[in-house]
Ligand binder design. Sequence first.
Ligand code: UDP
Ligand code: MG
Length: 319
Amino acid sequence: MHTDRLTVVVAAYNEAESLPLLHPRIVAALAGIERLDARVLYVDDGSRDATWQVLREIASKDARVSLLRLSRNFGKEAALTAGLDLVTEGAALILDADGQDPPELVPAFVAKWREGFDDVYGTRVLRAGEGWLKRVTAHAFYRVIGRLSKTPVPADTGDFRLLSPRSLAALRQLRERHRFMKGLFGWVGYRSVSIPYERDARLAGASKFNLWRLWNFAIEGITSFSTAPLRLATYLGLMTALVAFLYGVWIIAKALLWGDPVAGWPTMMSVILFLGGVQLIALGLIGEYLGRLYDESKQRPLYFVDEFHAAGVEPPQRA
Ligand code: UDP
Ligand code: MG
């Protein structure tokens, strides 16, 4: 009988408390799916707590579990990339290590995949345990990126998703350093479908994404998927030039009609400061893109692997 291969990829950074609670739930969810050869791959993204020991413990009791440890903390996007790079057969499902993406939904994802969808993603209809500020900013972010990006970035959609073998293969070809995964999935295309779900609160620990990191993440997303801010700088410049021109005409007319007693220090200061501000903003915008260009041009690898333990294989003895 035909069986499908599915690998659940979990990126974990300091999740020692959540993982022992999460693993049994994943196992239970996978057990309920017929004709499925299921694997689990945990990526330890350079954790500083006992995550790796906890993972070794889990793997020693479950032959379907593979473990990957990165050489340091590369961030969630790189950790996921490392995990997905190893899934060379079958589909992959991405799950957060903190239990915020309920593993109980995996059967629904697999059902959609079997219907013929390549990119099955979970859309959060409710976020438990997250403050209003995070909700409001997240909402605003998805609206902005949705308008700016030419390819779809579905709203309220995280990394909780299942990727078919061909969309995985496609994603593997995108090696950009600034990886805004939510956008990359949509850029790849193919048939996608959304599964609404209620996002639970974390099982344990605190979110690694504080407001500042989220802000940077938002800038990452916008600069990775749109050059609209550069266009904005152009228009800002044009508008300022137009206003400056009109104002110039007014000053000349005023001088001709009523003479030109030297005054107007406040006006001059505000004009200088305003123009300086506009110029710095435009420069900063260019700098954002230039910096990313610089990072790309270095062509560094996206991550380094410290250890890899394939499912069911005894780890090699280290010399
Ligand atoms: N994560 C990671 N590397 C990091 C930060 C986070 O692998 O540098 C993982 C983390 O362990 C979790 C997932 O990414 O499984 C989401 O992180 P978190 O729960 O902190 O983010 P939030 O759900 O609050 O957006
Ligand atoms: Mg979380």
